[in-house]
Design a protein around this ligand. Sequence first.
Ligand code: UDP
Ligand code: UDP
Length: 465
Amino acid sequence: MSNADVIHARIHVALFPSSGMGHLTPFLRFAAALLRCHCQLTLITTDPVVSLAESQLISRFLSAFPQVTEKKITLLPLDPATINSADPFTLQWETIRRSAHLLSPLISSLSPPLSFIVTDISLQSSIIPITANLRLPNYILFISSARMFSLLAYFPSTKTDDGSFQFGNVIIIPGIPPIPRSSLPPVLLNSNSPFAKNFSEGSQTITKVNGVLINTFDGLEKQALDMLNTVKGLPPVFPVGPLLPCEFEGPESLATLKWLEDQKEGSVLFVCFGSRTATSKEQIREIGMGLLLSGCKFLWVVRIKIFDKEEEEGLDEILGYELMQRIKSSNNGLVVKEWVNQCEILSHKAVGGFLSHCGWNSVVEAALNGVPMLACPQRQFGDQRINLEVVEAAGWVLCVKSSGWGEDVLLKGEEIGEKIKELMASESVKLEAARIGQEARKAAGVGGSCEDSLKKLLQSWNKAH
Ligand code: UDP
Ligand code: UDP
């Protein structure tokens, strides 16, 4: 152990992630980074969790790192009638928020006492009063882009006297390209939605946290990071990305890897819309037609349910027997409906493109592997179009429909097919993706910005004690 490692071993950090794989995964990757610095770690989990994928990932993490203490909060049941949302993850966030007072005795019982806690923005406004009362430093691990964080930080200035929020057609945030109103999800424009309320509360308490760690890096978001670190009153922002995938996340299935092994280098389009995007059967069939029309090889993860504990139909029923037969006889694609190890797939040499919804983890994982992206952000969800603007500015993406899809907007197979062909043939997008890949690996490598941010974070705590 170096001197620094011995000093860091005195630091005891609690991580309190929110619900959903897009939230949990970056927290556990960050946990692994803290463990590499020899910090002591407590992971605060909830009972119940929403999806099987989450409970399996937590178990694998705890088995891989037996030195981590798990502390479980048994959530108080929430009457769904008291919240205007049917989304199981939004309901879970609210349930955790309403159970946040249980944190206080839990934190006080930890030995040695905590140095600081790292929580998720979706829980933060409920946790701030508790940590303030305990005089415990509180950091946020922001799991979306620095551009999305800029919007959050700017949000309080849009508040009107009656408490609602007012946006023009374009949101001007000095220091970064303007955000068109059309990039905001409808749920944010409706002041009464749970998403808008939570976002607004988070934005109004952000000045009370000790620092914000963002899963991003200069090569991707230098402008936003520079801007955020000059705004008076905002806590310091640490770019800790790209957070690296870890072994505990598990291996990809042998069948998928074998299929990829048989494909030519850079020939396969990987299609996956994250962990919680339920795609309609009608849309799935259009995507299937688009994939066939493109004539390209593809590995396609289909998902029609928001989470995996719900019963699912077989592929023949989801895609329709006829489409499934056409895919089989084309011999061009593999379709799966199980959870895959996306990072392992993106790092496979056969993969040359990624059709993605632009969830931020997916963007960062594509960046890390230098994989060209074809984007189709969904209209109704949080940050997907804002994330797309980041990738567009960096030049390694083509877009199926930048205005978004989902609910009432159907992407047509012909358009998808044409864009896939264009992406897989584009040398310029490939070059830009390779450049971003290099930048990402530099940031994550020895002496890179990721390591630097972590050092600064741990040193700032040490200096204060
Ligand atoms: N993911 C995966 N396998 C799947 C679906 C998703 O490994 O079958 C991972 C993906 O690598 C990423 C996370 O789940 O780390 C999804 O996060 P993202 O922010 O991209 O989207 P969200 O699910 O939050 O919409
Ligand atoms: N196949 C394919 N794409 C798929 C699924 C299957 O090309 O998405 C091919 C693959 O070569 C596989 C064959 O179809 O070996 C058999 O299909 P399936 O996996 O449905 O199982 P089976 O008919 O053998 O029970």
